[in-house]
Design a protein around this ligand. Structure first.
Ligand code: AKB
Length: 337
């Protein structure tokens, strides 16, 4: 069987690097990568071709390719987007729109639905108060969709754009058989933690930053309060979710947007876990009001029943397995502690 043609934008980011490795390990894909940056040496050999530069200006290049699947990961994350809002909108919305138009055009012209996998985020939610956040419990996809950040607004809007290009673009009569349209699928990710890479520009970054600092014996001042709680997930589960959702037959999907969850922890619980593994760790709390506000607006945890039902989603790592079987063994190897 011939290889499937895959485009991964934002390939140098945390999800990007892990996804390139995950797809390459499966085999059967010709992976084209795109990013503002050159590819790191660790994944260079896995990419058939790397397109370096600003996606918004590079989009024309991609009209010559015959992609079966697009993973559009390139984004300006929540903290960074809040200090450069116009630029974030350009990257997050304009970049996505251009790529969706390309996928929609190719799907219709060649009668073959291009799969478009989009990482959305818990930032699409906006809890109005801490009290509401506490009382809300597990939040469903259609609840509390009032993001407080530019990044969250961008993600929510791009979910809608994906739905538009996948279902309604061209505005045929409602009873008319629609043409072949792009196959848009989005996952709302919680904070992700990798043992191999560090995030930058996000606001859930305090989790991975604290753990990596503790493992290296570096002091860490956490930028949110000790009682701050949101959901997190091991990077291998994030990659698993993208690959499983990619494979699910379209008719099994009742929706285009899916929450996924693994474990929810407070920053103090992270600290306790870090101290248990690295008793000399020096972790203090120095909340930054802007970043605190962002995380306070995200739900404590999300309801992933829809993903469990439609595509049998289940994470491999709960909190204990995350620390004992993934993060700590890998991080000890990495930093030699
Ligand atoms: C961020 O903090 O901006 C991201 C996210 C939760 O989408 N990690």
């Amino acid at each position: 069987m011939s290889e499937k043609q895959v485009l991964i934008t934002g390939a140098c980011g945390e999800i990007g690097q892990a996804l390139v490795q995950g797809l390459a390990a499966r085999g059967g894909y010709r992976i084209v990568t795109a990013d503002f940056m050159p590819l790191p040496d660790s994944i260079k050999h896995l990419s058939a071709e790397h397109v370096q530069g600003d996606l918004v200006y590079k989009i024309k290049t991609f009209y010559d390719y015959d992609f079966d699947i697009i993973f559009h990961l390139a984004a300006s994350l929540s903290s960074k987007a809040e200090v450069a809002t116009e630029e974030a909108h350009r990257i997050n919305v304009e970049g996505t729109m251009q790529l969706l138009m390309l996928a929609a055009y190719r799907s219709e012209k060649y009668g073959k639905a291009v799969k478009f996998l989009f990482p959305s985020s818990i930032a699409a939610y906006g809890m109005p108060t801490l009290d509401a956040k506490k009382k809300a419990g597990l939040v469903k996809e259609e609840e509390w969709d009032y993001p407080h950040t530019m990044y969250g607004c961008n993600k929510l809007y791009c979910e809608k754009l994906g739905m538009y290009y996948g279902k309604f673009y061209g505005q045929k009569h409602l009873d008319e058989k629609p043409p072949v349209m792009l196959d848009f699928r989005a996952i709302r990710f919680p904070g992700l933690i990798s043992a191999f890479t560090l995030p930058s520009g996000g606001t859930s970054d305090y989790g991975p930053e604290m753990l990596h600092a503790a493992a290296q014996g570096k002091p860490y001042a956490c930028f949110v309060r000790a009682d701050t709680k949101i959901s997190f997930m091991a990077m291998p589960d994030a990659i698993k979710s993208l690959l499983v959702l990619m494979d699910v037959p379209r008719e099994k999907l009742s929706n285009t947007v899916y929450n996924i969850a693994a474990f929810a922890l407070t920053a103090e619980e992270f600290r306790q876990r870090a101290l248990k593994a690295f008793p000399d760790a020096k972790i203090t709390f120095e909340p930054n009001p802007r970043r605190q506000g962002i995380v306070d607006s995200w739900p404590e945890d999300v309801d992933d029943a829809r993903a469990r039902k439609d595509w049998n989603w289940t994470p491999d790592y709960d909190v204990d397995k995350f620390f004992d079987e993934y993060f700590l063994p890998e991080i000890r190897k990495r930093y030699g502690k």
